[in-house]
Design a protein around this ligand. Structure first.
Ligand code: NAP
Length: 327
């Protein structure tokens, strides 16, 4: 596993970092606690020392699973990335969206990054994670009802108290990030990025490169699509958001698979899976510091971690990019 320094901090993250959204179950059709624990452990055993989670993932469950695993690991050898500002337990802030749960109950989600809310969320996260500090504390989504300066002054207090090491943002535009940077050093922006979703290349990537900030690429496998395991007839479990996600529309799956077939000979030559080729391509793109790869079980986590040791030449990257242009 390769490790990379995050922006202007001395935080070293594993090039492939464990993404703990799916193991929370929420929006992914449920979770299996034991499989999830094994997945994180397998990731760690294969060098994935960094783990990204959030309170909203399974409404506390993901952080609790991460806490279960890290209690048996040396704390200074693991990097915990979590978030604040996406709430299911308050109606303060900016309404975001609603879901209907299995029980038939409707849950409303709010983007809320008020000062008191952040302090309260941090205490809860530390408890669920069973730790006394968070390595990277990131705002999950921009909350239009709270001044950005208020949110990051709260994070600065948490840094002074030793509860947080570094501050980060997620899903922020370059302009929003510049405002946050006035209150505290922002280590990184966590944004969606994959072979088939490259919108950040326009302004987020140049901003981060010019300001020496890291980029954590999320959904690099496009939620499993880029492993090549889906087809137009694939079905998802009840509650799995992919059933209605635009990247999983039959036509898009078909087009993506045609592209994957074209780069498969390269994966075969390299004796890697398509997913591994995709992850390595992701971390070799300009400005990208690490890829956050979700995994539901030990096999997936081990495979994803293995992507880091793959070596791709300039010519091989050019070949992939040329094929991508035709997607
Ligand atoms: N800040 C944000 O707003 C935000 C938003 C989204 C994600 N994230 C972060 O980014 C992380 C990764 O993104 P993501 O989970 O959305 O998508 P992803 O990493 O692109 O895809 C993860 C999913 O793909 C499948 N998969 C993973 N590895 C596989 C393998 N080796 N072989 C076959 N299938 C495999 C698994 O689902 P199945 O087995 O069910 O197919 C897994 O849950 C999240 O966990 C989270 O930490 C952050």
């Amino acid at each position: 596993m390769n490790y990379r320094k995050l922006g202007r901090t001395d935080l070293q993250l594993s090039e492939i970092t464990f993404g703990a959204w799916a193991i929370g179950g929420w929006m992914w059709g449920g979770t299996d606690w034991n499989e999830a624990v094994k997945a994180i452990k397998a990731g760690y055993d294969n060098g994935m020392t960094s783990i990204d989670t959030a309170p909203i993932y399974g409404h506390g469950i993901s952080e609790e699973i991460v806490g279960t695993v890290i209690k048996d690991l040396p704390r200074d050898k693991v990097q915990i990335l979590t978030k604040f500002g996406l709430r299911w337990d308050t109606k303060k802030g900016e309404y975001y969206f609603s879901t209907t749960e299995k029980s038939g109950e409707t849950l409303d989600f709010y983007k809320f990054s008020g000062k008191e809310g952040i302090i309260e969320e941090c205490e809860r996260s530390l408890k669920r994670l069973g730790t006394d500090y968070i390595d990277l504390y990131q705002v999950h989504w921009y909350d239009s009802t709270t001044p950005i300066s208020e949110s990051f002054e709260a994070v600065e207090r948490l840094i002074e108290q030793g509860k947080v090491r570094f501050a980060g943002v997620c899903n922020y535009t370059a302009d929003q990030t510049a405002i946050a940077n006035e209150s505290v050093i922002i280590a990184s922006n966590q944004v969606p990025y994959s072979m088939v979703n490259r919108g950040i290349e326009e302004d987020v990537v140049p901003y981060c490169i010019n300001n020496n900030m890291g980029i954590l690429a999320y959904s690099p496998l496009q939620r499993g699509l880029l492993t090549g395991k889906f087809n137009e007839n694939s079905h998802f479990n009840e509650g799995d958001h992919r059933a209605t996600n635009k990247f999983f529309e039959p036509e898009f799956i078909k087009r993506t698979n045609t592209f994957l077939e074209r780069i498969k000979p390269l994966a075969n030559d390299k004796e890697v899976t398509l997913g591994q080729l995709v992850l390595k391509w992701t971390v070799l793109q300009p400005g990208i510091t690490i890829a956050l790869a979700g995994a539901r079980n030990a096999e997936q986590a081990k495979q994803n971690a293995g992507a880091s040791s793959l070596v791709l030449t300039e010519e091989e990257l050019r070949f992939i990019n040329k094929e991508l242009e035709q997607l």
